[in-house]
Ligand binder design. Structure first.
Ligand code: AHR
Length: 497
């Protein structure tokens, strides 16, 4: 099979917002306890944070991490997690039915984020709580001092405010599984008023209003239209969440899910623009895809876990090679929509549906999905270009006219580098690709990284890394054209400089 594309430095979509390479740490399973935090571990620092895990997070160059949930935030009292550790209560954590020890809370997480070189995206509880708790937490984290909550922060040892800039107004409030689920009217009103109060405390913050929990929710997209009617002027972003799974073991169909994602992004964008028109607003609402990943491998074993234990192994999907390909496709899709998707969080970061794992013997390791995430986060910063693609296509159970070539291109004007991310979705045949790059005069081919494997179901474990990239991809640059071979079912990163 053969495909071709034209990449021109003038075909700009938008500057990539680095925050599309964000991630997520929820108080869930072993993400916090036994993941980022494990006092007593040989790699633990003076605060109990694992340095081996921090090193892996740094390799991913994660710009922002959502915290503390997720479903967990909808019944969370943030006050439980601040102050002397010995006084913090143990609570029944209702979302995941575990015991929350509160040994890590807002201040510790802000410290961890600093160590990881990342920012915090903080979610507030709009399930069991509301405006009052919202205005208090932001006074605690962001107000310099001289008031009850900011002085309490100082008393807790944090003289300087954390200045958390990005705040999520609740989590998945449309979901029946959510503690304190809301109707669109209830949510819209509450989110708007909470947002107003928070901005009165700190006008410099950015706010994310809750969109639907996924594109199959029965109330999607009416939820977006009705809630945005209330929150449009208060919020800067609307959230999108989506998880994928190869439930039918139909890999060709599974690898086409980028189309579903694209449809979701484009529908939400249209609704935002409809409300913008309706309100005669000058503001354009941006998208925060603040939960996305593959999530299905662990669902059976999770249903067998005993409730009310501390940090059980929940949502510990072991990812295979085809999952890594889909993750690459998801990141490509965000790059193609860089004009509207300004933040995105791989859910999650450590142990819980995560690229980074720790085991109970104290080791840490990289899942298959670590690699496409790292490649895009490290090389995908700059301007997203619009490649003009001509590719053979296929049909599957759920999708028609799917291009075998899935691609996005990022041009870093400062470092004068061009990176072509390309997925060959064909699971049994290679794809020859001709890329016209003649607008990039005097550029050389720097490297062609490939993630490939004979076995779509190959996994990594703590003992063995079967799925890892090499840079021996077959490409050459001649007379303004890159001629590349994309092996069957492969993730490719072609770098020019
Ligand atoms: O990331 C796991 C869970 O998925 C989150 O807690 C929730 O927001 C979503 O349903």
């Amino acid at each position: 099979k053969k495909a071709k594309m034209v990449v021109d430095k003038e075909y700009k979509i938008a500057e990539v917002d680095d925050r599309i390479y964000g991630s997520f740490i929820e108080h869930l399973g072993r993400a916090v306890y036994g993941g980022i935090y494990e006092p007593g571990h040989p790699e633990a620092d003076e605060q109990g944070f694992r340095k081996d895990v921090l090193d892996l997070v740094k390799q991913l160059n994660v710009p922002i991490v959502r915290y503390p949930g997720g479903n967990m935030v909808s019944a969370y009292n943030w006050e439980d997690g601040v102050g002397p550790k010995e006084d913090r209560p143990k609570r029944l954590e209702l979302a995941w039915r575990t015991i929350e020890t509160n040994q890590v809370g807002t201040n510790e997480f802000a410290d961890w984020a600093k160590k990881a070189g990342t920012e915090v995206m903080m979610a507030i509880n709009l399930g069991t709580r509301g405006i009052d708790a919202a205005r208090n937490i932001i006074e605690y984290t962001n107000h310099p001092g001289g008031s009850y909550w900011s002085d309490l922060r100082k008393k807790h040892g944090y003289e300087q405010p954390h200045n958390i800039k990005t705040w999520c107004l609740g989590n998945e409030m449309d979901g029946p599984w959510q503690v304190g689920q809301k109707t669109p009217y209830e949510y819209g009103r509450l989110a708007k008023e909470a947002a107003k109060a928070m901005r009165l405390v700190d006008p410099s913050i950015e706010l994310v209003t809750c969109g639907s929990s996924n594109s199959s929710m029965p109330t999607f997209p009416e939820w977006e239209a009705e809630t945005l009617d209330h929150t449009y002027e208060e919020a800067d972003y609307i959230s999108l969440h989506q998880y994928f799974g190869n439930y039918d073991n139909d890999s060709q169909n599974y690898l086409a899910n980028g189309l579903e994602l694209e449809r979701f992004i484009e529908t939400v964008t249209s609704i935002c623009d409809y409300i913008k028109a309706k309100k005669r607003s000058k503001k354009t609402m941006m998208l925060s895809f603040d939960e996305w990943n593959v999530w299905y491998h662990s669902k059976d074993s999770d249903s067998k876990l005993e409730p009310w234990t501390v940090a059980p192994p929940q949502l510990e999907d072991v990812y295979n090679f085809e999952d890594a390909l889909l993750v690459g496709s998801i990141l490509i899709t965000f790059l193609k929509h860089a004009d509207r998707v300004k933040m995105a969080c791989m859910a999650q970061l450590v142990n819980v549906i995560a690229p980074i794992m720790t085991d109970n013997m104290g080791a840490s390791w990289k899942q298959t999905i670590f690699y496409p995430y790292m490649h895009t986060s490290v090389f995908g910063r700059g301007v997203s270009l619009h490649p003009v693609v001509s590719s053979p296509k296929f049909d599957t159970k759920d999708f028609t006219d799917v291009e075998y070539l899935d691609t996005a291109v990022v041009y870093n004007e400062e470092s004068e580098e061009v990176t072509i991310f390309a997925l060959n979705r064909h699971i049994s045949e290679e794809l020859k690709l001709d890329i016209n790059v003649s607008s990039f005069e005097d550029y050389q081919l720097k490297e062609h990284i490939v993630l490939e494997n004979e076995n779509l179901k190959a996994v990594n474990t703590v003992f063995k890394e079967d799925v890892k990239p090499h840079n021996k991809g077959k490409s050459q640059l001649k007379d303004g054209f890159v001629e590349a071979v994309l092996t069957k079912a492969s993730w490719n990163v072609i770098r020019l400089k």
